[in-house]
Design a protein around this ligand. Structure first.
Ligand code: SF4
Ligand code: SF4
Ligand code: FES
Length: 240
C-alpha cells in the first residue's frame, strides 16, 4: 500500500517545527505505524514530496508489543501507541503523525514525560511497610498495575496541563493500585494528595477512558478510589 505520511518534525537545536510529507510504499499488510517509521528510517536516500532528503525521524520505542507506552504519539489526531495501530485499520492513504502535545518536544515525535514521574513522586505513592493485597482488592490492584505511563489519557483531558495541580489519570491509576494495600496511617496521607491532585480536578467526562491503549477500567477505579479516599467507604467489585 502506498501511504502519504505527514510528520510534524522538530529540529532539536533550533526548535523549529515543520510538516514533512513522505510518500512510502509498504508491502506488509499487517504493518503498524511503528513498522513504517522503522522502515523509513532504514531506507537510504529517502526523499520527501518536495525532493528534500529525509533525515532519520526521531521517535521512541522499546517493547513493540503495547506493553511499555514509549511509542505514544498523535496519529491522525488521536493519541495512540504507534506499535498498536495498523496502517490498514486507518483506512486512509494519508497518515498524520505528531508528538503528544502536553509534554515538551525533545525532537520530532519524541517527548519528555518527566512530569509524569515528578507527579507520582508528589503523590507520595510508595510503600512504607510491607504490603498485602486482600482478595477483595485483587481486581483493583490488577487493573491499576496495567498503566503504561504512556500519557495518552492526558492528551485528551481538558483539565490536565503540565503546570497545573490536577495530575490526571496517569497519576491516578498507579495511586489506585496502591491505595488499598497501604497501612491506615499512610493511607490518610495519600488521601490528602488524592483530594488535591485527583478528585478536585477531574470532571468525570471519561474522555481518558476511551483512548487508554491498555483499556483500563478508569471509571471502575475512580468509583472505588473516590469511595475510599473521599467518602471513606469500602470498595465494590469493579464488575458490579
Ligand atoms: S474523566 Fe475527564 S477530567 Fe477526569 S481525567 Fe478523564 S478526561 Fe480528564
Ligand atoms: S491510564 Fe491508560 S492512557 Fe493513561 S497513562 Fe495509563 S495506560 Fe496510558
Ligand atoms: S514500543 Fe512499547 S508500547 Fe509501543
Amino acid at each position: 500500500m502506498e501511504i502519504r505520511f505527514n510528520i510534524l518534525r522538530t529540529n532539536r537545536t533550533v526548535k523549529a517545527q515543520y510538516m514533512q510529507s513522505i510518500i512510502y510504499t509498504i508491502e506488509d499488510e499487517n504493518a503498524t505505524v511503528a513498522t513504517a517509521l522503522s522502515l523509513m528510517n532504514e531506507t537510504a536516500g529517502l526523499k520527501d514530496v518536495d525532493g528534500n532528503a529525509v533525515t532519520p525521524i526521531v521517535w521512541e520505542c522499546s517493547c513493540l508489543q503495547k506493553k511499555c507506552g514509549a511509542c505514544a504519539m498523535v496519529i491522525n489526531d488521536h493519541p495512540a501507541l504507534a506499535c498498536s495501530v495498523r496502517l490498514r485499520e486507518l483506512k486512509k492513504p494519508e497518515v498524520t503523525l505528531k508528538p503528544l502535545m502536553k509534554f515538551p518536544v525533545v525532537e520530532d515525535l519524541m517527548v519528555d514525560r518527566t512530569i509524569l514521574f515528578e507527579n507520582l513522586r508528589e503523590m507520595k505513592i510508595w510503600l512504607k511497610n510491607e504490603a498485602r493485597t486482600e482478595p477483595v482488592d485483587y481486581d483493583m490492584a490488577y487493573e491499576g498495575s496495567r498503566c503504561l505511563q504512556c500519557g495518552c489519557c492526558l492528551e485528551v483531558c481538558p483539565n490536565f496541563c503540565p503546570e497545573g495541580k490536577f495530575f490526571g489519570m496517569a497519576s491516578f491509576v498507579p495511586t489506585a493500585r496502591l491505595i488499598s494495600e497501604m497501612k491506615k496511617e499512610q493511607r490518610e496521607e495519600i488521601y490528602k494528595e488524592y483530594r488535591k491532585h485527583i478528585y478536585e480536578g477531574c470532571g468525570k467526562s471519561l474522555a481518558c477512558r476511551k483512548v487508554c491503549p491498555a483499556g483500563i477500567d478508569i471509571e471502575g477505579l475512580l468509583v472505588n478510589s473516590n469511595a475510599m479516599a473521599i467518602w471513606k467507604r469500602g470498595k465494590r467489585k469493579l464488575t458490579e
